[in-house]
Design a protein around this ligand. Structure first.
Ligand code: 5GP
Length: 119
């Protein structure tokens, strides 16, 4: 796994150098609208810590960070009224996983029938 790159776009969002439309924030996490939504609801949930991917996060993060990330997903689900309707949570990891931004992010999709898991 490559080292964390401080210049990735989500690091810049976390530093406030690039704007985002915030959905939820706490000490450990930030959730914001995806800039190119692929569903009516498309929110990204990221840890504030410098983790490249889900692999890196699970290997290195504290229990508090891990709990916060999971709870933040639920906060987004509640904020977007998806709890009863259903939704999809996805995290792309690495080259074959299709990860483009090298800072862990969890996609939350919803607001419409989402179809088959892989397009
Ligand atoms: P990945 O393919 O890495 O899982 O997904 C990266 C996601 O980040 C894409 O859905 C893309 O639209 C989103 N994205 C890329 N740059 C920006 C940005 O500057 N702001 C926001 N809000 N989302 C971004």
């Amino acid at each position: 796994m490559s080292a964390y790159d401080d210049n990735n776009i989500f690091a810049k969002i976390l530093r406030g150098e690039i704007p985002c439309t915030k959905v939820f924030e706490d000490d450990h996490t930030l959730a914001f609208e995806d800039i190119e939504p692929q569903a009516r609801v498309h929110v990204l949930v990221i840890p504030k810590g410098s983790y490249v991917s889900m692999t890196d996060f699970v290997e290195q993060a504290s229990d508090a960070e891990m709990a916060a990330l999971n709870r933040a997903v639920l906060k987004v689900v509640e904020a977007k009224d998806l709890k009863e309707r259903g939704y999809r949570v996805l995290s792309n990891v690495g080259e074959e996983g299709g990860q483009l931004v090298p800072h862990l992010h969890i996609h939350v999709f919803g607001g419409q029938p989402l179809g088959p898991m892989l397009g």
